[in-house]
Design a binder for this molecule. Sequence first.
Ligand SMILES: [Mg+2]
Length: 360
Amino acid sequence: MNKLKRKYFMIGSYIVTLPILSSVVMTSCVPSAIEENSNNAALLSNLWNSASAEKDATALTTFNLSKEVYKQMSNQSILEKDKVFWNKINQSLKIKKQSEGKSIPVVFMDLDETVLNNYAYQNWLAVSNKNYSSETWTKWVNSEEGTEVKSSINFIKDVWTNGGVVMFNSNRDMADHKESTKRNLVKLGLPIELMPDWIWWMKGVDLSTTKPWNNILEKSNIEYSSRKEERMNLVSTKNFIIDSVNDVSFKVVMKVGDDFDDFNDNATKKITNSEKIEILDKETGKLFGNLDSNVKGKYYNPKTKMWEDLDYSESYVLMGGNASYGNFLSNIKDFFSSQGAKRFEIIKDALKDFTWSGPK
Ligand SMILES: [Mg+2]
């Protein structure tokens, strides 16, 4: 049994033995770490994301269908699919300039819980009764032990093979996390040549420069945590010098993430879950799983506070399953700062409008 699998097995045993252990600690009326964890609903999500066949099958469904989505989106007349040359034998990548009025298709992917499964870290937090901290998160990222969200690497390679570019849009730090993330992905089978500097659009990229990926802001800069939507919008609206090729034009035609904020966070950051559902119903719902090139992409303009239609089509793919730490929890007051029994009460309160009143 490898190291990660052994960890999951231990968590499984932990849960199985809870009823017996809980009854013992209840007689003493002293809440133990085990009892607190028994109240932590997030642990079930952790287990599902770590050890279930359903998780892998969900990912396989998502990424197999994503190949079809890419095929449809990249067929738009404004795009050219013969400008990206990945030579697998020479392990090299070359980009050629697009024709006048055309662009190279881009798939923008979030990393955590979209490409990389970080549940070993989430499990460690849960069994140690710890809350997330940037210090332990950096140590986890630098351990390079993230596992693959099944078939994500296969999908990335499929895009590059078919004339597209995959860029990474993540709230991992450019300064502290990029190199270890790259090594982690290489260990999982993503060829190093598919990760040139210009595909990295993580926290810290300086969007005001001509090569944002090479210009990293100080963490104290207010622009350090730029919106993901702004990073993607810049890629679609500005031309770049890629290697020695001038004026390369890209269009982001596909966004893949595990969190609603991976798509239009200009509009969705820090709003409630019901407000997010309203945006889904009124604005962006048609884009999720979109295969129709007549359905145009959407940009939320933070200056005008208005939705704008793009002049080309986009498709969104959401990789499901992150019920442990997604942003759907961020607007539940005190959720992330609480633990154990208190957290369980907060979850129960958030569920009260969605709970059956019981048999009459
Ligand atoms: Mg994510």
